[in-house]
Write a protein that binds this ligand. Structure first.
Ligand SMILES: CC(C)(COP(=O)(O)OP(=O)(O)OC[C@H]1O[C@@H](n2cnc3c(N)ncnc32)[C@H](O)[C@@H]1OP(=O)(O)O)[C@@H](O)C(=O)NCCC(=O)NCCS
Length: 221
């Protein structure tokens, strides 16, 4: 992954104007994927509804099924509201966009939602549009959402992953997650979040996460 560059404030609106309980994270980052595609990664805002709606149309049936574990044809207005009107405290989400393609900007999203039972645990999900899978974007988004979650006091990610979902399982296990069988065809993943950069493994995933952590540190956050 190329060197990550951090941008300035994201969004001009007062957080409370759209019902947030705390200000959203303020950084954005610019980097390039393995194949040189430039990307911008930033927190999701309510203005991202059309971006998510359009990007969803570029997900294959397989990717939709792997993400939602059921066939989903399109995202409803209610779902889009839920996915974009977020407080960045109990529900955190970051989006990767292609700054050179205003018509099809959405490339991927990582989000996590705190457990109501244990606020140190959050359920995580990552989605990358099919055209941009296998280029390191899923790893980068998992690194970004991990860092944002740690700053909010989250210590563990959990996820439910189909047993056949090799890319997501590879991503989680590269990280040292524990995986157990939950139901037929569904695995429960538990990923302890690294609280210090020194805890990161010397693997490609560890290197990508370390780069994200360094970029946050350069911004002093
Ligand atoms: C899972 C997903 C987010 C991974 O995103 P991605 O951008 O393709 O991931 P990366 O390119 O960072 O690859 C991460 C690792 O996954 C593995 N991987 C990627 N593509 C793979 C494939 N087609 N088959 C097997 N493993 C694969 C590799 O181990 C890779 O590690 P590497 O970088 O050392 O090669 C993406 O495939 C996706 O959106 N899938 C549909 C939605 C989904 O399943 N979400 C998970 C819900 S919890």
């Amino acid at each position: 992954m190329a060197k990550i560059l951090w941008g300035g404030w994201v969004g001009q609106r007062e957080p409370l104007a759209f019902g947030m309980t705390s200000p959203p994270p303020v950084e954005s980052l610019r980097t390039t994927l393995r194949d040189g595609t430039p990307i911008l990664v930033r927190p999701v805002t309510p203005d991202d509804k059309p971006v998510l709606r359009e990007a969803f149309t570029r997900l294959s049936d397989q990717s939709r099924y792997r993400r939602f574990m059921q066939p989903v044809r399109e995202l409803t207005e209610q779902q889009l509201d839920y996915l974009t009107n977020i407080d960045h405290t109990s529900h955190l989400a970051w989006i990767a966009v292609d700054p050179s393609s205003p018509e099809h900007p959405g490339l991927g999203v990582a989000r996590c939602i705190r457990s109501p039972k244990d606020p140190t645990v959050a359920e995580v999900a990552v989605t990358v549009v099919d055209s941009h899978q296998g280029k390191g974007l899923g790893t980068l988004l998992l690194g970004v959402i991990t860092h944002a979650a740690v700053r909010q006091g989250i210590k563990t990610f959990v996820a439910h992953v189909l047993t056949e979902n090799a890319p997501m399982l590879n991503l989680f296990t590269a990280w040292g997650s524990t995986v157990t069988l939950q139901d037929a065809g569904v695995l429960a993943v538990r990923m302890p979040l690294p609280q210090r950069v020194e805890d990161l493994p010397r693997s490609p995933t560890g290197r990508a996460f370390r780069e994200v952590a360094r970029a946050f540190r350069r911004k002093g956050s």
